[in-house]
Design a protein around this ligand. Structure first.
Ligand code: HEM
Ligand SMILES: *[C@@H]1O[C@H](CO)[C@@H](O)[C@H](O)[C@H]1NC(C)=O
Ligand SMILES: *[C@@H]1O[C@H](CO)[C@@H](O)[C@H](O)[C@H]1NC(C)=O
Ligand SMILES: *[C@@H]1O[C@H](CO)[C@@H](O)[C@H](O)[C@H]1NC(C)=O
Length: 289
């Protein structure tokens, strides 16, 4: 009898443990929203919004890439950059030209209409960016979801790397976020799709489909980097610094830039995420509930 009770207790503890583990330390996963929004397909809904936006303005890919970078590097990928307010992250000078807030608002409106309070703003940034990258010819990667939205957005917390840092400084800054030197080079490849303010431009800006190289297998971004004709000073540094030149050369040689870039985006998208019962699902991406 005593033994039976003990076994029962053990089983109960096991089940409770599993429930608790599932509840509070959820991990990101591909297709987190499957079956969570009635019969609606969350990622397809977002893709609809992004496709319409992209047809109107293809530069949204640059906007969204930079938005995701700035979100993930400050307090983790928790949509803290979207919060409005007199002292929120987006009010800081390096926000300069961060754009795309309205695009996320539109994606949010679509998913809230189908299933209120289910889809996080942090996930919308990741899904929307993936879609824009795909639409601009940058390849398609499976995006992980299950992020929750952060409750804190403070200007003083923003420390985004400057455009004139050295390659070792960039690598150290990315290492702080769990990204290695190869990830750093790959992610800076996003600058090949961007537009920058004239004062910062080092060379012309390519897009993913650009053909700056006689060899179609070689990515124009990497070729330019190797010729030290990167867009920003830091991009040039990657092609000149003994720490990164071999990495750039290797990547340019292999070569499957879109796939490698996608994998690096997934890795960046996992920085400091909130999951399970942490944070919240915001009703409006611009304010905490
Ligand atoms: C060492 C790291 C980085 C530095 C120092 C840096 C710096 C900059 C600067 C100074 C600009 C120009 C902003 C302006 O013209 O107002 C810019 C633009 C941009 N950055 Fe970065 N960046 C870094 C990493 C990244 C990463 C990791 C991504 C994305 C994966 C990214 C995506 C972009 C994009 C797409 C633009 C163009 C934005 C637009 O057209 O609206 N950057 N970056
Ligand atoms: C970005 O920061 C500047 C001040 O540094 C501010 O005037 C501007 O409104 C901010 N942009 C956004 C979208 O909050
Ligand atoms: C952000 O700011 C708050 C309040 O000033 C602070 O408690 C928190 O540690 C900061 N987080 C980071 C990542 O800097
Ligand atoms: C960097 O990380 C990627 C993916 O996590 C891994 O495949 C690669 O081997 C790492 N590279 C280095 C130089 O550590």
């Amino acid at each position: 009898m005593k033994f039976k009770a003990a076994v029962l207790l053990l089983a109960l503890e096991l089940i409770l443990g599993l429930i608790l583990a599932g509840c509070c330390h959820g991990a990101l996963q591909v297709g987190f929203y499957r079956g969570k929004c009635g019969f609606a397909d969350v990622e397809a809904m977002v893709a609809g919004v992004i496709t319409a936006q992209f047809l109107r303005d293809p530069t949204i890919v640059a906007a969204l890439l930079r938005l995701q970078f700035h979100d993930c590097f400050v307090n983790g990928c928790d949509a803290s950059i979207l919060i409005d307010g007199i002292n929120s992250e987006k009010t800081v000078p390096p926000n300069l030209s961060v754009r795309g807030y309205d695009i996320i608002d539109q994606a949010k409106a679509a998913v809230e209409n189908a299933c209120p309070g289910v889809v996080s703003c942090a996930d919308l940034i990741a899904i929307a960016t993936r879609d824009a990258v795909f639409l601009s010819g940058g390849g398609r990667y499976e995006v992980e979801t299950g992020r929750r939205d952060g409750l804190v957005s403070i200007a003083q917390n923003v420390s985004i790397l400057g455009p004139k840092i050295s390659a070792p400084e960039a690598i150290a800054g990315f290492a702080d976020k769990g990204l290695n030197a190869t990830d750093t080079v790959l992610l800076l490849g996003a600058h090949s799709v961007g537009v920058t303010h004239c004062s910062l431009i080092k060379d012309r800006v390519y897009n993913f489909q650009g053909t700056g190289s006689p060899d179609p297998a070689m990515d124009p971004f990497l070729v330019n980097i190797l010729r030290s004709r990167g867009i920003l000073q830091i991009d040039q540094q990657l092609g000149m610094d003994p720490l990164t030149t071999p990495i750039v050369r290797n990547l340019a040689g292999e070569f499957d830039f879109p796939t490698r870039f996608g994998a690096a985006m997934v890795k960046m998208g996992a920085i400091g995420v909130l999951t399970g019962t942490q944070g919240e699902i915001r009703r409006s991406c611009r304010a905490t509930n």
